[in-house]
Design a protein around this ligand. Sequence first.
Ligand SMILES: C[S@@+](CC[C@H](N)C(=O)[O-])C[C@H]1O[C@@H](n2cnc3c(N)ncnc32)[C@H](O)[C@@H]1O
Length: 254
Amino acid sequence: MSSAEYAHWVDSWLGKLVPSLKSTASVYICGDWRSSGAIQQVAEKYFKIRSRITWEREKGRGAKTNWKNNSEDIWFCTLSDQYHFDVEAVKLMRKVIAPYTNENGDPKDWERTEHGGYCLTHPSNIWTDLTVPFWSMSENTDHPTQKPEKLLAKIILASTRPGDFVFDPFLGSGTSAVVARKLGRHFLGIELDESYACLALKRLELAENNNSIQGYSGGVFRERNSLQDQPDSRSKSLLTNDTISLFDQSEQSK
Ligand SMILES: C[S@@+](CC[C@H](N)C(=O)[O-])C[C@H]1O[C@@H](n2cnc3c(N)ncnc32)[C@H](O)[C@@H]1O
């Protein structure tokens, strides 16, 4: 399919959705390098484009005559200048590279732990703390293009409040709905393939009793494979009540 044909196809369903959206809605559209240009072109027709997030999938086949295709773009758009964005809910806990201290030798905007210095950083539009769900991860299903729950958690926490509504017209194995349920949001999804819809229903059932999200705990996102080395939760000064209260602490250790 050419880029122009792809743009035409995106327009055929996106244009129909737009009238149903609230003026305060945020819209995220994902595609790889082949489709990203066409998505931008159609999104610009209907929305204000706020950013292009690129996330590293950390999986994919190596190519002999090309760069390994290892990333996807997510176009972040809004309908108007009035939209919700909670940056505090999506900060990333990272190891400090330059551990600045004040005149007393105390950490500046970071905290000392027995494993080194950590800080909560503003999330950028390059997401490298994710992987596609590997077979060994409990969220993994047979869906060939399943997104990680952590990715949807970033989007949903940044752009919705508890009780808001999340709609996914290409639901697949249900990741957006599952994360919406885990975070106390309402959701609706559409999926063409019955077997994928069944996977989504199964995951939604499991999510009723388990709201943990791999890579997100204590109200913060963490770099990959770093949980055991990181502080348990935000220090008091960095903690925000609304993000912490989304989860029962006992659930987070599951
Ligand atoms: C990229 S996948 C979505 C994966 C999903 N984000 C997840 O984490 O599992 C796109 C899904 O859209 C479905 N699909 C394709 N055309 C559709 C249509 N016209 N209506 C509803 N679903 C459709 C496909 O069956 C596929 O499962």
